[in-house]
Design a protein around this ligand. Structure first.
Ligand code: NYM
Ligand code: MG
Length: 216
């Protein structure tokens, strides 16, 4: 419908290895957009640990529970899909959504385990709302490890994160998606300014475009 296309919405995903600053930057971006009068910008964590599926994921990450590798992959995807009706409703109302991780984390982390092809990893997330902008917060695994709190959860080792980074680079070769790399070693403030201007640029551009479907 015409009203859907007129809505000034954008779906913006923040991606990167652990400790790159995605959550900090996500919060800062939503606060800044809100302060400048953007209508109800919304921050979402698709690795939302509060739902029933999210609680299973959480107990896996903190090593309370072991789950088979395909199973945990599908649970992460299910955790995104359970948010889709709400996301679509908001986007159609013209609300901008910032997601702290998305399907790209799903693919990058599972495929880093080896024995998984990228294509299998992508399938469960095919058809999700397509981000208008994917901000890749680039930080070396060594620099990430120095930021503290590293090594408590599953996946938090430099050697695994290095493999995750390689998987992200494969995903970034897809030119049908709007990837923008940003240098996450910068100060929080400088990085915030860069991210905010990229987000605002995207919000201007997508004003009249319909919502796309990921990897379709
Ligand atoms: N993670 C996150 C996955 O393995 N697959 C996914 O689909 C998503 C969204 O969960 N190490 C991993 C990456 C992180 C961990 O995420 C928890 P966060 O954003 O650090 O809470
Ligand atoms: Mg984490």
């Amino acid at each position: 419908a015409a009203w859907e296309r007129r809505a000034a919405r954008a779906l913006i995903a923040l991606e990167g290895v652990d400790r790159a600053g995605k959550s900090t930057q996500g919060r800062r971006l939503v606060e800044a957009l809100r302060a400048e009068g953007t209508r109800r910008p919304h921050l979402l964590f698709p690795a939302d640990r509060t739902t029933e599926i999210g609680q299973l994921i959480s107990s896996y990450l903190v090593r309370e529970k072991n789950l088979e590798d395909h199973t945990i992959h599908l649970l992460f995807s299910a955790n995104r899909w359970e948010h889709v009706p709400m996301m679509k409703e908001k986007l159609h109302q013209g609300v901008t959504i910032v997601v702290d991780r998305y399907a790209f984390s799903g693919v990058a982390f599972t495929s880093a385990k080896g024995n998984f092809c990228l294509d299998w990893c992508k399938q469960p997330d095919v058809g999700l709302p397509k981000p208008d902008l994917i901000l890749f917060l680039q930080l070396s695994p060594e620099a990430a490890a120095e930021r503290g709190n590293f090594g408590r959860e599953r996946y938090e080792t430099s050697s695994f994160q290095e493999k995750v980074l390689q998987s992200f680079y494969c995903l970034m070769e897809d030119k049908t998606l709007n990837w923008k790399k940003v240098d996450a070693s910068k100060s929080i403030e400088d990085l915030h300014r860069e991210i905010k201007s990229l987000a605002e640029e995207t919000m201007q551009e997508v004003q009249n475009k319909p919502l796309g479907e990921l990897w379709k």
